[in-house]
Design a binder for this molecule. Structure first.
Ligand code: 5AD
Ligand code: SF4
Length: 464
């Protein structure tokens, strides 16, 4: 590391008014949508402070990795990426870039990330991004032996709610809007309460203002984001259902999605509201994590499999055309084969559109770390494979029955492949690829489904 320090780029110069010499920052995002939103906010903040955000690591004076700690693997990826970044710069004969770690890993590991072989220059946790411009400027190679200051800034601040400027960073067609941060649940496997801190709400007026500005710039759809959006609460004044009502009243806004729901907060009143408000899309991402009551109790999820299924049944009654997706963890401490069978049973009962399943990964300091991680890796792997195969079988049958039908879908932009195709999404979050003449992002099409692959359908525009 020391060999890089003297040649770090000088970011201390004040920005020129035309921005031509503004130092360039490349931001790379890992983890969940909260991080995607935060990266947009960091970009906006840095541009406001005279930096340039670039989309190529080799063109950057500083590289920020916005990281995730949810599983050990996510952290390993980032550490190896730090090595790779340096290596690529050396190979390209470029001066080393300043490397910074933001996000959940920054919060969890703090100053430790500035030590050892993979030491980075700066570390900024989830509530301290306003420190970034100053820190980046303070990092200079000027002079010979001067050690760059850099630093680690972490710790939770109740007041720090960042707002991503929508005009600079539209994401697809659905603009992300974080409505609260942190988490007050105590799921025993989860690092998030440690990395993101206690739940703290953005004020409803701030959320509405942010969405109005998205609409004023042509946005028609938002995705409300939070670790547990369904736990949103502004004193006694407003809960998540109330917030949905407020957001749905915004003129010009057409669709509202939200992520992630907690089954414990999916009250009937909330489901009634979702069903009643036409702008709220009929898609619920409500992670079940397990179908075994014993495991759910040990995870402190606050519901039983029967509660969960009641919630699903009620939602199907009051939210027309609702679809579900979920997360599952296999191999949680003490999970028996019978526990795992109960998970498969729940997956069969619900008939999800999509599930995200993970092998349990012990995280330091979480309550479950006191339990023995006693399900052997081979068993975790085989349960994961079996769960995915069951889901595949369920989804294949469901998808086959949808082929031939008509859906309304909104264009999100060009498909990555094949060329000349467009990527659309239905209200209940099904992806559809349509060939044909250009479709403007945000416009709505009637599509006949002709086939599917994975979780994506293919279709033909009725108009085309
Ligand atoms: N191990 C494995 N998966 C985890 N998740 C959260 N914590 C862990 C962990 N320690 C999963 C949950 C959550 C998703 C975002 O990540 O399923 O819903
Ligand atoms: Fe990962 Fe959770 Fe942090 Fe999102 S909040 S980046 S999922 S640890």
């Amino acid at each position: 590391m020391a060999m890089f320090q003297n040649s770090l780029p000088d970011l201390t110069k004040p920005p020129r008014p035309d921005g031509a010499e503004a130092p360039a920052v490349y931001i790379e995002t890992y983890g969940c949508q909260m991080n995607t939103y935060d990266s947009q906010a960091i970009g906006g903040l840095l541009e406001g402070a005279g930096f340039r955000v670039v989309d190529n690591e080799l063109a950057a004076d500083a590289v920020l990795l916005n990281t995730c700690s949810v599983r050990e693997h996510a952290e390993h990826k980032v550490i190896s990426r730090v090595g790779e970044l340096r290596h690529r710069r050396l190979e390209a004969d470029l001066a080393p870039a300043i490397i910074g770690i933001c996000g959940c890993m920054a919060e969890r590991l703090g100053d430790d990330l500035r030590k050892g072989a993979k030491a980075v220059d700066l570390v900024v946790g989830v509530d301290n991004y306003d420190a970034l411009p100053g820190l980046l400027r303070g990092l200079t190679g000027g002079g010979n032996a001067a050690r760059p200051r850099g630093g680690a800034v972490t710790g939770h601040r109740h007041d720090a709610h960042y707002v991503a400027p929508p005009e600079l960073y539209p994401t697809n067609n659905s603009h992300l809007v974080t409505i609260h941060k942190g988490c007050d649940y105590k799921c025993t496997y989860c690092i998030v309460p440690m990395t993101r801190g206690p739940q703290s709400e953005k004020a409803p007026e701030v959320i509405v203002e942010e969405i109005r500005s998205i609409v004023a710039q042509g946005g028609r759809e938002v995705t409300l984001l939070g670790q547990n959006v369904t736990a949103y609460r502004c004193g006694d004044r407003l809960d998540f259902a109330g917030l949905l009502e407020m957001v749905a009243a915004i003129d010009g806004l057409e669709r509202i999605r939200f992520l992630t729901g907690h089954p414990h907060d999916m009250h009937r009143h909330l489901m009634d509201t979702i069903g009643r408000l036409e702008k709220v899309c009929p898609w619920l991402h409500v992670p079940a994590q397990s179908g075994s009551d014993t495991v759910l109790r040990r995870m402190k999820r606050l519901y039983t499999a029967a509660d969960y299924l009641d919630m699903v049944d009620y939602a199907r009654r009051v939210i027309p055309g609702v679809s579900f997706s979920s997360d599952f963890i296999v191999g949680f401490p003490g999970e028996t084969d019978a526990d795992f069978r109960a998970t498969l049973e729940l997956v069969r009962r619900v008939q999800y559109d999509q599930i995200f399943s993970f092998k349990y990964s012990e995280r330091p300091g979480v309550p479950a770390a006191r339990l023995a991680d006693d399900v052997p890796l081979e068993v975790k792997k085989s349960r994961l494979a079996e769960l995915m195969a069951v889901q595949q079988e369920i989804w294949s049958a469901a998808a086959d029955t949808l082929v031939g039908g008509l859906v309304t879908a909104v264009c999100e932009g060009p498909a990555r492949r094949p060329a000349g195709a467009w990527r659309l999404r239905t209200a209940n979050n099904r992806k559809v690829i349509v060939h044909g003449p250009e479709v403007a992002a945000g416009s709505s099409l009637e599509v006949r489904l002709t086939g599917w692959e994975g979780t994506t359908f293919f279709g033909e525009s009725r108009a085309g």
